[in-house]
Design a protein around this ligand. Structure first.
Ligand code: FES
Length: 143
């Protein structure tokens, strides 16, 4: 079976979890209103390489400003698009700039909570978004 069902009921706002799907780590985050506001801040958008995700990297139903089917949950393939390290979650509020994005420890690429890469990062593309279907309010299928 190439699909994976994930129960999101234990995921609190501002938290993330990682599951394995087809040998890839998949990051799932539950977004707070602050995280969503940060994604839309013009000053932040100006720092992104591909703010509108024109270089594909996501299914049609996630081609929007939050790069997800539902704005309150983000689902991303957790492999850095530079050389494949696994970025770590920056818990919202843990640092001045931390709004639930991801930082790759290998060469310092930064991705925001929607997986959009910073202009100044070595990684060339935003993090990919896998196909996601909501089976209920707290259950998704990946794949
Ligand atoms: Fe992530 Fe190089 S592998 S920045």
């Amino acid at each position: 079976d190439r699909t994976l069902e994930v129960d999101l009921s234990s995921l609190a706002p501002g938290q993330d979890m990682t599951v394995q799907w087809q040998d890839w780590p998949i990051f799932i985050q539950r977004r707070t209103p602050q995280m969503l506001a940060a994604l839309q801040t013009p000053g932040h958008i100006a720092t992104l390489r591909d703010a509108d995700s024109k270089m594909l990297q996501q299914p049609k139903d996630a081609t929007n400003w939050h790069r997800s089917v539902r704005a309150d949950y983000g689902v991303l393939v957790g492999i850095c698009t530079h050389l494949g390290c696994v970025p770590s979650f920056e818990k919202p509020g843990s640092a001045p700039e931390a709004e639930g994005g991801y930082f790759c420890p290998c060469h310092g690429s930064h991705f925001d909570a929607a997986g959009r890469v910073a202009q100044r990062a070595p990684a060339p593309y935003n993090l990919p978004v896998p196909p996601v279907t909501f089976l209920s309010d707290t259950k998704i299928r990946i794949g």
